[in-house]
Design a protein around this ligand. Structure first.
Ligand SMILES: Cc1cc2nc3c(=O)[nH]c(=O)nc-3n(C[C@H](O)[C@H](O)[C@H](O)COP(=O)(O)O)c2cc1C
Length: 194
């Protein structure tokens, strides 16, 4: 390790943290007059733009759950698909998140993409896919990813969104949020300027 790196290790954490920049990057133009009616259309557009801008794994997100006592937990995982408007992810039933989803079937997903300074946040109740759908999800994984997973333990879950928030940061700290909420067969849109 070079000397500057060693001296950084001796720096108090709060000072080091204060020295970090946040919201760096280049937020793209966002035409709020031409928002798609469907949030999944906007999500797809943003994810593909993140991919094109070099975000290595734009389909990775933080999944938050709560346990039976209401204590929160979170971990990273991969978005599998948006099945008819429901956001699918997969894991083992025997995992901590599996137990938490059994006890408290609701969750939130958060994506964070740089350099666009964009985040997408989804929350709602969680449903379990059919055994056939979960088996098909497992079968689509590579042999090494299937290794060690007991038959029947792999589950595909889906968040049925009650709120989807698209957030884009701004250098002048006037951040923009568009919130989609289900109304009848469609979605309401609320624009928030922080
Ligand atoms: C980029 C990335 C992607 C991941 N994708 C998944 C996934 O799709 N499913 C999964 O069960 N775990 C995935 N993991 C591992 C989880 O973060 C977590 O460690 C594991 O699922 C156990 O979580 P739990 O103890 O809360 O159940 C991924 C981790 C990373 C860093």
């Amino acid at each position: 390790m070079t000397d500057p790196e060693i001296s950084r290790l001796n720096q108090p954490l709060n000072e080091w943290l204060r020295g970090r920049h946040a919201l760096t990057g280049e937020p793209p133009e966002w035409n709020l007059d031409a928002l798609p009616e469907e949030p999944t259309v906007l999500f797809r557009e943003w994810m593909l733009q993140a991919d094109a801008a070099g975000v290595a794994e734009p389909h990775a997100a933080t999944l938050a759950t709560v346990d039976a006592s209401g204590v929160a937990d979170a971990r990273t995982l991969i978005l599998k698909e948006i099945d008819d408007g429901r956001w699918a992810f997969a894991s083992t039933r025997s995992s901590r998140k599996g137990a938490q989803l059994t006890d408290s079937p609701s969750a939130a997903l958060n994506f964070w993409w740089q350099p666009q300074v964009r985040a997408v946040r989804v929350r709602g109740p969680v449903e379990e896919a059919t055994a056939e759908e979960s088996a098909a999800d497992l079968a689509a994984r590579s042999a090494s990813a299937r290794e060690g997973i007991a038959p029947g333990d792999w589950v595909r879950w889906r968040i049925i969104p009650t709120r989807i928030e698209f957030w884009q940061g701004s250098r002048d700290r006037r951040h923009t949020r568009v919130v989609y909420e289900p109304v009848g067969d469609g979605w309401s849109q609320t624009i928030i300027r922080d």
